[in-house]
Design a protein around this ligand. Structure first.
Ligand code: NAD
Length: 357
């Protein structure tokens, strides 16, 4: 199938990507290339030892470490880390971790304009986007700014081998969601579509091999390659119903980010497939199923992904309010977002049933 579009506008960020086992050791080299001298290495508390290893390898070029990154990028933590960056005289940040750590690096860049060298250890894709979600007083706001787009990404499959199996699966679905919604985005381009399809293919081929042997560096590499492609799609095009549902369920009901993505994806895609079957047909082809929704559901089962919102602790009576909230201020979507149809979708996702289409 051709990706030709009669009209499009395509914008790509100026990002340097270095990919391969051992790429993590190139932080110093990349700092030299950018004329940088002192890095603050960021991580979560859980990955503090990894951050220390990076600092040790950097030697005198490490200003220090800050292992205080947490979920949802609270501004209090970002302000604290920014004060540390300033007091240490660091001239760049090195973010080692998943979306939470990368979010902290972006928040520091927003406040200081310092360059970011990012070493992702999950598939979530934040490293490839100019998007920052922050929380203050329980409220989440999202900004899009070239200031927060990381300058250098070092993708090293060795670092992802430690990602636990359950997170490997949900993080992969988080990435695949960006690609799947990218296929029908209003501002898609032939480039974003090519990346989305190749990203999905990389997960289809790589994820089963990673799950069979989590230490298989080649398979980890293929899935990380998929994460780069899917994250780059997220950085280039707008998201729709799937992301709106996930943000509603996460924001108003406290459901966990990656698990919610994994459960909702087949249902949101099936919902939109009714409106844009041609745009989603390649997904069914890649996964070898009749429809894209069914394909993703079958892949979720085969991967051992969570399937039911009820298993995340959502109560059935909350589904009415979730459907109501998800129809308020809807994101653009290829199919009109109707409350009754959404309620139906949510019921299936709550019970863990196959999507309707
Ligand atoms: P995360 O960064 O919150 O990581 C979850 C846990 O796993 C942490 O304890 C982390 O230290 C640990 N971990 C990460 N990689 C590991 C590894 N290889 N081995 C062992 N442990 C590891 O999880 P995430 O799903 O990557 O990020 C979620 C956050 O990122 C959310 O806040 C989400 O909103 C945000 N996000 C933002 C964007 C964007 O473009 N702005 C894109 C995707 C996700």
């Amino acid at each position: 199938m051709s990706m030709f579009q009669e009209e499009f506008v395509a914008t790509s960020a100026a990002v340097r990507v270095r990919f391969g086992a051992g790429a993590r050791h190139a932080v110093g080299e990349e700092m030299d290339a950018l004329g940088l001298g002192r890095a603050l290495v960021l991580s979560t508390p859980q990955q503090a030892a990894t951050a220390e290893e990076f600092a040790a390898r950097l030697g005198a070029r490490a200003a220090g470490t800050f292992a205080g990154a947490v979920m949802h990028t609270p501004v209090t933590v970002s302000d604290e880390a920014t004060a540390i960056v300033r007091s240490l005289g660091a001239d760049c940040v090195v973010s080692v971790g998943g979306g939470s750590t990368i979010g902290l690096g972006k928040a520091i860049a927003l406040r200081t304009d310092l360059p970011q060298i990012v070493v992702p250890t999950t598939y979530a894709g934040s490293e490839a986007t100019p998007i920052l979600g922050q929380t203050e007083g329980g409220r989440k706001t999202t900004i899009t700014s070239a200031k927060v787009q990381p300058e250098v990404i070092l993708y090293d499959p060795d670092l992802v081998t430690t990602l636990p199996a359950a997170m490997t699966v949900t993080s992969a679905f988080n990435a695949m969601a960006h690609a799947a919604e990218g296929l029908y985005a209003r501002n898609r381009s032939p480039l974003s579509t090519l990346m989305a399809l190749e990203g999905l293919r990389a997960f289809k081929d790589g994820l089963p091999r990673v799950l069979a042997d989590p230490a298989d560096v080649r398979a980890r590499g293929e899935t990380l390659y998929g994460a780069w492609l899917c994250g780059t799609v997220l950085g280039q095009v707008g998201m729709a119903l799937h992301h709106k549902l996930c943000h509603t369920l996460g924001g108003s009901f406290g459901l966990p980010h990656a698990e919610t993505h994994a459960i909702i994806l087949p249902h949101a895609i099936a919902y939109n497939e009714a409106a844009v079957p041609d745009l989603l047909a390649p997904v069914a082809d890649i996964f070898g199923a009749k429809t894209a929704g069914r394909a993703l559901h079958d892949f979720a089962i085969a991967s051992g992904a969570p399937l039911a919102l009820r298993d995340l602790g959502l109560d059935e009576p909350d589904l009415d309010r979730a459907a109501e909230l998800a129809t308020q201020n809807p994101y653009w979507n290829p199919r009109p977002v109707e409350r009754a149809a959404l309620r139906h979708l949510l019921q299936a996702a709550w019970a863990g049933r196959a999507p309707a289409a």
